[in-house]
Write a protein that binds this ligand. Structure first.
Ligand code: FAD
Length: 642
């Protein structure tokens, strides 16, 4: 067994995006010695890419906004499959989390009377997104980092050591959660630059590793999104919830090919941008589903009136939830009414003066100018769906963020499931990170304190197995990208490309049973080939080796997505079945859980469970007619009469 350094902590947070940093701050403030470990450089997490804003019912832009309306919008967006207690806590606590950020130094855009400005976004009844131009995630991370540095300075003043109680391990990847029996005992990780292995022993581990988009070919996600936390939880024995729900954002860049998938923020539509087909028609009026008909405008005049007078006009259909808009764009392109490069047109140039576009959407202006040579103040953008977000994730307790079945394991942010049901509303991720990041840090710290006298030991055999697993690709030498098939070593890049193509083509935005069967057999073949992946060189910064290790995670997660998608024979939110196009009330209260059936070969077992009934006072926030579109008669009777 190679020499492996060991350190002792109370709480280890895996991930330094919004969820991880908020968890770490909370754990440290509650007296837990906390280590944060992240794959990228500190401050470079995926969260910095978030553009539009943080959803919170602060009522700055519309006095009628309340946590109840935010809760309602979130459930409508998620098509009532949300873990309702999470949606309740999220709506109630998001405003406090935004104000807290301000007290830590975040500089939000302002209303004329000096309050935090809030903008419109799809599916939100009122302007609700606190924002910093279209660079909100950057400010969020900057502020949380600043808070961490402030805490480290306090620690230095007290002890002479900045890192005694809160330390960041950057550019390090966790490959295993270690356990003593059922309980967590720490993590096994490697330093990406040196290749050195190390173990952080801790009774509590918070997974905050973000999403899974790098399993798909066209994605808005950053390189870190290889589903590591999802896979780490599965391998540690925790179930994943509703993995079939993957959000395809309606507006990614489609041209040039090198930038395909990069996000075009929803703020473009929130601020007045409209979608048009190749003949210049605003087609979204044709795609308002029955469940939303009462709330969306029927004519361009009514829709345009809403921007200045929302009290007396209904919303533009461009602001329907993302799943609806993505399906509409897909249908337009399929019907031959798309743009030259296979998308549709998104236009702000005829909707606002050039200087307003440059002020409100500075990143979009530069993104299109630099990457596509398109001036969005003078011509429309070409956009199409891109894999953006995973609603499925680690099954957690709503209040404590504890992962189900593994004492000491917690999860927050995009890696956790439940909060967003079948479809996330824009802006609800950044608020989710803050609300549940804090809760995860709080409960992880409490749990660690409760085990102060009998900390679970780390077992040498697990360290040996984790080291051997990580070193395995070096025992087979890669034959180069052209050598595919046979029993020889496999190239990690080739396998990754084949995986991405498989998921894009067969488990993408529109799904069919036969294609998902095909995907599952291709995934089984890829898994078998991944067992023979080989890399050249040594352990010092070796991207081929890193990818070889990430492949295990992407394959596990992809199988979960494909199995759950095949099982759910309806269309709901981020899961659209061409062969089962209706949303079925019988599926409303069904969760699909993935667990690891056979750790040796990485096979997934799928089980169903019935969700707990929605609390009657929360059901009371909706009209009975609306509920009847989602709930079965039995649920309706039981819920409203309780
Ligand atoms: P991340 O911020 O991705 O952090 C994950 C962390 O985990 C990283 O530090 C990574 O290095 C680390 N990590 C991963 N695996 C490992 C491992 N094995 N070992 C160690 N570390 C690991 N949401 C909104 O609400 N509003 C928006 O306006 C918005 N805009 C968006 C724009 C874009 C372009 C994109 C792509 C997404 C946007 N989202 C938005 C979604 C939102 O940004 C993400 O859902 C959110 O940032 C996820 O945060 P997180 O803390 O869960 O994970």
């Amino acid at each position: 067994m190679p020499v492996v350094d060991r350190q002792e902590w109370d709480v280890v947070v895996v991930g330094a995006g919004g969820a991880g940093l908020r968890a770490a701050i909370e754990a440290r403030e509650r007296g837990a010695r906390t280590a944060v470990i992240c794959k990228s450089l500190f401050g470079k997490a995926h969260t910095v890419m978030a553009e539009g804003g943080i959803a919170a019912a602060m009522a700055n832009a519309n006095e009628h906004d309340t946590w109840q309306t935010h809760f309602r919008d979130t459930l409508r967006g998620g098509k009532f499959l949300n873990q309702w207690r999470m949606a309740e806590l999220h709506a109630q606590e998001a405003p406090q989390r935004v104000w807290e950020l301000e007290t830590w130094g975040a500089l939000f855009d302002r209303t004329k009377d000096g309050r935090i400005s809030q903008r419109n976004f799809g599916g939100h009844e009122y302007p609700r997104l606190a924002h910093v131009g279209d660079r909100t995630g950057l400010e969020l991370i900057r502020t949380l980092q600043q808070r961490i540095v402030a805490l480290q300075q306090e620690d230095h003043a007290r002890t002479g050591d900045h890192e005694c109680d809160l330390k960041i391990f950057q550019e390090c990847t966790v490959t295993r959660v270690l356990k003593d029996g059922a309980r967590v005992s720490g993590v096994f990780a490697y330093d990406r630059e040196t290749g050195r292995f190390f173990v952080l022993r801790a009774p509590a581990v918070v997974l905050a590793t973000g999403g899974i988009g790098k399993s798909f070919k066209v994605t808005s996600n950053s390189w870190e999104y290889t589903g590591d936390g999802h896979a780490l939880a599965l391998l540690a024995g925790a179930p994943l919830l509703n993995m079939e729900f993957v959000q395809f954002h309606p507006t990614g860049m489609v041209w040039p090919p090198s930038v395909k998938g990069i996000l075009v923020t929803e703020s473009v539509r929130g601020d007045g941008g409209v979608l048009r087909d190749c003949e210049g028609r605003r087609f979204m009026f044709d795609y308002v589903p029955d469940v939303f008909k009462e709330k969306y405008a029927e004519s361009e005049q009514e829709a345009d009136g809403w921007y200045d007078d929302p009290e007396h006009h209904r919303r533009p259909p461009e602001l329907l939830p993302r799943d609806e808009v993505a399906r509409a764009i897909n249908a337009e392109v399929k019907a031959g009414r798309g743009s030259p490069h296979g998308g549709v047109f998104l236009d702000v140039s005829t909707r606002m003066p050039a200087e307003v576009i440059r002020r409100r959407l500075p990143s979009m202006y530069h993104q299109f100018k630099e990457l596509a040579d398109v001036d969005i103040t003078a011509e429309p953008m070409e956009v199409g769906p891109t894999c953006h977000y995973v609603m499925g994730g680690i099954a957690v307790d709503s209040d404590t963020a504890a992962a189900r079945g593994v004492p000491g394991l917690y999860a927050a942010g995009e890696v956790a499931g439940g909060m967003h049901g079948s479809n996330r509303l824009g802006g609800n991720s950044l608020s989710d990170l803050l609300v549940f990041g804090r809760r995860a840090g709080w409960h992880a710290a409490e749990y660690a304190h409760s085990l102060a006298r009998e900390r679970p030991p780390v077992h040498d055999d697990q360290i040996g197995a984790a080291s051997a697993e990580a070193l395995r690709p070096f025992s087979l030498v890669s034959p180069g990208p052209e050598a595919v098939g046979g029993d020889g070593p496999e190239n990690p890049y080739t396998l990754h490309q084949e995986l991405q193509q498989t998921m894009n083509d067969l488990v993408g935005i529109i799904r069919r049973a036969a294609e998902m069967e095909q995907a599952l057999s291709r995934l089984a073949e890829l898994r078998e080939r991944a067992g023979r992946v080989g890399v050249e060189g040594h352990r010092q910064f070796n991207p081929g080796w890193h990818l070889a290790l990430d492949l295990r995670n992407m394959l596990l997660v992809s199988e979960c997505v494909a199995r759950a998608a095949r099982e759910r024979t309806e269309s709901r939110g981020g899961h659209t079945r061409e062969d089962c196009p209706a949303m079925e009330r019988e599926w409303r209260n069904v969760n699909l859980l993935c667990t690891l059936a056979d750790p040796a070969v990485g096979r997934i077992r799928l089980t169903r469970e019935t969700t707990p009934p929605i609390r009657p006072d929360l059901l009371g926030l909706f009209d009975k007619e609306e509920l009847a579109k989602y709930l079965t008669d039995e649920e309706l009777e039981g819920g409203l009469s309780a």
